[in-house]
Ligand binder design. Structure first.
Ligand SMILES: [Fe+2]
Length: 237
């Protein structure tokens, strides 16, 4: 093992997913959660990621669709999140796909070529719903949900759709950004490559066919208000 692909928050954007796999090479792969909601192709995205990632962690949207519960996302995205879950995600996903995302693990702690990584969708103390931005990193935020303060070489999170690489207390903190719905300044989806032999991280951005995504969203969202919300969220308008 050497090159580890780390990606998060695809949100049923199959167009972006296909391009990410096309442009990168890797030996091992970890997905940090949120396969579904917002985007038009939840079923195909789950199948593609289930087949291509070695490890997948559960995100709050994966939990919400499989447990019929709220995703607890930020207030500005809540309305379009609920709408797309009820009208796209639940309608287009097969039962076994919903069961699959409902059974994903909440965290992954592993040693890759001697490099100790801990992966969460949100943050160590709240893997499903917590947010971790680089300016918030502290020892307190590092506590696991059982209150312990462990040490790793890499703490890897997703959920915010905000790509960053940072160091604190001898640990590297990494968020690969969102590979389907960027919310940071780049406006481009991203991922990260962790080279476990060189002990380095590359942050990546990539392009994809936004016209196809817009076309697919129009096909599944007939209401103009919600279509505009989705197009805006995917940075298409
Ligand atoms: Fe999330």
């Amino acid at each position: 093992m050497s090159r580890v692909l780390i990606a998060s928050d695809i949100h049923a954007n199959l167009e972006a997913a296909k391009n990410m796999f096309k442009e990168t090479s890797y030996d091992y792969s970890i997905f940090l959660g949120d396969l579904v909601d917002y985007g038009p192709k939840p079923s195909e995205t789950v199948q593609l990621f289930r087949d291509n990632f070695d490890e997948l962690i559960q995100g709050n949207h994966d939990y919400a669709v499989s447990h019929n519960s709220d995703d607890m996302c930020s207030p500005e995205n809540h309305e379009i999140s609920v709408y797309t879950r009820e009208n796209i995600t639940k309608k287009l996903m097969a039962k076994d796909e919903i069961t699959y995302v409902g059974n994903l693990k909440r965290s992954l702690v592993a040693e890759l070529d001697g490099v100790r990584v801990a992966c969460f969708h949100g943050k160590p103390s709240d893997p499903l719903f917590g947010y971790l931005y680089p300016w918030e990193i502290s020892s307190e935020k590092m506590r696991n949900d059982d209150g312990r303060l462990p040490t790793y070489d890499y703490v890897i999170v997703g959920h915010t759709h905000y790509q960053f690489l940072s160091q604190y207390d001898g640990m590297v903190f990494l968020n690969p950004g969102s590979c389907g719905q960027p919310r940071d300044r780049s406006h481009m989806p991203g991922y990260a490559i962790l080279d476990t032999r060189k002990n380095t991280v590359e942050l990546k951005h990539f392009n994809y066919d936004k016209f196809n995504l817009a076309r697919d969203l129009k096909l599944v969202i007939p209401e103009r208000k919600y279509l505009e919300m989705a197009l805006r969220l995917f940075r298409l308008i």
